[in-house]
Design a binder for this molecule. Structure first.
Ligand code: NIG
Ligand code: FE
Length: 425
């Protein structure tokens, strides 16, 4: 007679014959400097999942010894490598339409700043944002979320910043909230009202900052729409002093900063971000030696989030990952998926680019895109590693000879299946 499954084992899945189980850790912390190249794994492994979480794992040869004969679903991984799903800690996937005309303008020789100055760039997306309904915006964004989840992303941070008005920013943040409610992915939300000055406030910075602080923030907080606050601290956008004013207002509501700094120019965003205890300082294409030293200071607990696909798309020098890691920094990798500087959310490509162009080792890149990405969203205790109690968000690869093969064969989709909370998506 068939035994009735007890509650405990109802949702139990055993994965057997894993070629390599990558990222196995008994405890986790942010990986800094040389720690980033340590990517522990178990060859020929099994993994047990209960209630969507990693319950146990080990070597195949000790499976019978360790696991009693309990009823469970068994999935044969057939030699697939299994690794934690990507944790993409910086994206702008809620946007309306696309900007390929600017892409062509850039090919013809216009710079990012020139395109922004003539009303293109972020303002172009803001115009489209004002014209789209919340329902349509949700549908467009949902498609992008589905697309990146099939490419292995299991957790993602999403920013506002194309609204630039009370109604527009709220529309974006409400869509992020809906995505969070409807998707199995873990989603963090960031308020980026300070992405650029809308045209009507071009010469009235004080007026726009006032709008952010007194009109946007109180509603956002009342509706619980954001986890973090972000500012584009850059020449022609927000100065370090303006960044400070906005972040302090956010901090007063409990929103910690995650900031866009040093993308195009070095204007003091790093020192300012560190004084605000930013959770992460992102972009970092343009860095002085002194700033690299600042970023390596372990008194600052935040992460340096590098976005190589934005550097690639804008034909900018890649972020100096090697120098940052060698100086002891905590580096994370993210997609920056957005319509202007990175119209791709493919974290596999991000990992490959960071190895090919930034000389990160495959192990460093995978750690930066998983466990450190999780910490860059303050999710390191839930995601980003194969650790008992963490969410079973997993990538199953197609047959590969080694983990270095993933970034080596860039552009090839080597992802066979993706699991989120213990279920294949
Ligand atoms: O992270 N640099 C600021 N924000 C985005 C780009 C925004 C856009 O061009 O739409 C970024 O690269
Ligand atoms: Fe960005």
């Amino acid at each position: 007679m068939k035994r009735q499954l007890s509650n405990k084992y109802k949702m139990t899945t055993l994965i057997t014959n894993i070629g390599q189980l990558i990222g196995t850790r008994t405890e986790t912390h942010v990986l800094r400097g040389s720690e980033l190249s340590d990517l522990p794994f178990i060859e020929n492994a099994w993994l047990l999942i209960e209630e969507g979480q990693i319950a146990d794992y080990g070597h195949m040869y000790e499976l019978d010894l360790k696991l009693p004969q309990i009823p469970r679903v068994v999935i044969d991984a057939n030699g697939s490598f299994v690794l934690p799903a990507w944790c993409d800690s910086h994206s702008h996937i809620v946007f309306a339409g696309s900007r390929e005309a600017e892409f062509v303008d850039k090919i013809k020789g216009f710079s990012y700043s020139e395109i922004a100055a003539k009303g293109g760039g972020i303002l172009n997306s803001a115009k489209r944002m004002s014209e789209i309904s919340e329902a349509e915006l949700f549908n467009e964004s949902w498609k992008r979320l589905e697309e990146v989840s099939k490419l292995g992303t299991g957790a993602i941070e999403i920013k506002s910043g194309y609204g630039l008005s009370v109604a527009g920013e709220l529309k974006m943040l409400r869509v992020i909230k809906q995505l969070r409610e409807k998707s199995p992915l873990t989603i963090k939300s960031t308020f980026l009202g300070a992405h650029t000055y809308p045209l009507e406030f071009k010469d009235n910075h004080h007026g726009y900052i006032d709008l952010i602080i007194n009109e946007m923030l109180p509603v956002i907080v009342a509706e619980n729409l954001a986890d973090y606050i972000d500012v584009f601290c850059e020449t022609g956008f927000f100065s370090p002093e303006e960044t400070e004013t906005i972040c302090k207002a956010g901090l007063a509501y409990g929103l910690k900063p995650k900031l866009h700094v040093n993308q195009l120019n070095s204007i003091g965003g790093i020192a300012m971000g560190q004084s605000l205890q930013a959770v992460s300082l992102d972009h970092l294409e343009t860095l002085t030696e002194a700033e690299i030293q600042l970023l390596s200071n372990d008194q600052w607990k935040g992460l340096c989030t590098l976005l190589p696909s934005a550097a690639f798309f804008l034909r900018m020098p890649f972020q100096p990952a090697r120098k940052l890691i060698d100086a002891g920094c905590a580096v994370a990798l993210a997609s920056d998926y957005n319509p202007g500087s990175s119209p791709s959310g493919n974290m596999n490509l991000v990992v490959a680019m960071s190895c090919i162009q930034m000389k990160m080792l495959p192990e460093e890149a995978i750690n930066a895109a998983t466990i450190n990405g999780a910490y860059a969203m303050e999710l390191g205790d839930q995601l980003g590693s194969i650790t008992i109690g963490r969410k079973a968000n997993l990538i199953f690869t197609k047959p590969i000879p080694s983990i270095a093969y993933l970034p080596y064969s860039f552009g090839t989709n080597l992802i066979d299946k993706v699991m989120v909370n213990g279920e294949f998506i």
